[in-house]
Design a protein around this ligand. Structure first.
Ligand SMILES: N[C@@H](CCC(=O)N[C@@H](CS)C(=O)NCC(=O)O)C(=O)O
Length: 126
């Protein structure tokens, strides 16, 4: 397959907050139809197959991941979004739904997760 005919692929885990960030960006930017989305649920055969595909190309498999060009894989939600935004000349900070999610529910869930980790650490040290 040539780079010209290649459709970029995103690998998205169901219910993953980082994957939802990428999903929202692709939908709101209108780029969803230009990207193939390989969605999977945790603990399925699909997940195993996707991990087997990604692991030779990434230092550490995490989701979301993407194959931007044939054989060029990355795995960081912000890097994936930055790639597609630059390619399409779109500014994610101007997208209402995306920004509301990133600054609202997503930021809050990250904050609560960190607080929870710290509390667990403090509780186990006490
Ligand atoms: N900084 C990463 C974090 C991604 C992340 O932690 N994703 C979780 C799923 S929600 C993950 O891949 N966990 C490890 C795994 O499933 O193997 C990003 O923004 O993409």
């Amino acid at each position: 397959m040539t780079s010209e005919s290649f459709k970029p692929i995103v690998y998205l885990k169901e219910n993953c907050p980082f994957c939802l960030k990428v999903r929202l960006f692709l939908l709101e930017s209108g780029l969803a139809s230009e990207v193939e989305s390989r969605d999977f649920a945790a603990g399925t055969e699909q997940e195993e197959a996707i991990r087997a595909e990604l692991s030779p190309h990434l230092d550490k498999v995490s989701f979301p991941s993407a194959q931007l060009e044939p054989g060029r894989y990355i795995a960081e939600s912000d890097d994936i979004i930055a790639f597609f935004a630059a390619k399409a000349g779109r500014d994610p900070t101007g997208m209402t739904v995306y920004r509301n999610y990133v600054d609202g529910v997503f930021a809050m869930s990250m904050k609560l997760w960190k607080e929870n980790q710290e509390l667990k650490k403090a509780a186990s040290a006490a």
